[in-house]
Design a protein around this ligand. Structure first.
Ligand code: FMN
Length: 199
């Protein structure tokens, strides 16, 4: 199999597993841990939602002024981890690679598809900054509701997508007696390869 076909195989497998997880009513099937690091090497992890996975990589959306965005600017590499606990005997998917903002049109398109309350929330939240009180946040929500009353809510310039372009993908299938199957796809010397790992 040609090397880039291996990458396509991994993406196709993950898309099919995600659909299976949705059908199996897995709670939060798109929730994934995003790990980033700052310039000193200190690591942070938090959950974000997977918006898209295709041949270009894995997309998530966030606030470009958030702590994670500052880390990604300083160190544009990250890891993502998904768990589908109730699917088959448990499946974990891991991605590692370089991260870059998506183009404005892709962020606009996704923002336009969001519920209006979420769009207002994106304007109101100064994500990762100190919040004096819940009332301060609610006052900002009210102010933006007034500002955009009767009109479509535009995408805030500080809100949008990132895409992680994987150079490592691992699909972990739970098996009996902890003898799990690990299938690792990764770029070695510029070429996608595939191998099994001991659990
Ligand atoms: C289930 C779940 C889904 C979340 N989805 C997102 C998301 O898609 N984008 C986002 O910016 N934060 C999301 N969050 C909030 C983040 O976990 C985090 O609190 C926030 O992004 C701030 O992180 P930071 O200060 O490290 O930048 C989600 C949290 C949970 C629990």
């Amino acid at each position: 199999m040609a090397a880039n076909e291996l990458y396509q195989e991994a993406v196709t497998t993950i898309r099919a597993l995600l659909e299976e997880a949705v059908r199996a009513a897995e709670p939060e099937p798109t929730a994934m841990t995003l790990a980033t690091a700052d310039e000193s090497g200190r690591v942070s992890a938090r959950i974000v939602l997977l918006k898209d996975v295709d041949e270009r990589g894995v997309m998530f959306v966030t606030n470009y002024h958030s702590a994670k965005a500052a880390q990604l600017a300083a160190h544009p590499q990250a890891a993502l981890c998904l768990l589908w606990k109730t699917l088959r005997d448990g499946i974990q998917v891991r991605f590692e690679g370089a991260v870059a903002p998506v183009d404005a049109a892709a962020s606009d398109a996704y923002f336009a598809s969001r519920a209006r309350a979420s769009q207002i929330g994106a304007w109101a939240s100064l994500q990762s900054q100190t919040l004096g009180s819940r009332e301060d946040l609610e006052a900002r929500v009210t102010a933006y509701e007034r500002q955009f009353d009767g009109a479509p809510v535009p995408r805030p310039p500080h809100w949008g997508g990132y895409r992680l372009q994987p150079d490592m993908i691992e699909i972990w299938y739970g098996q009996r007696a902890r003898l799990h199957d690990r299938v690792r796809y990764e770029i070695v010397d510029g070429v996608w390869g595939k191998r099994l790992l001991y659990p």
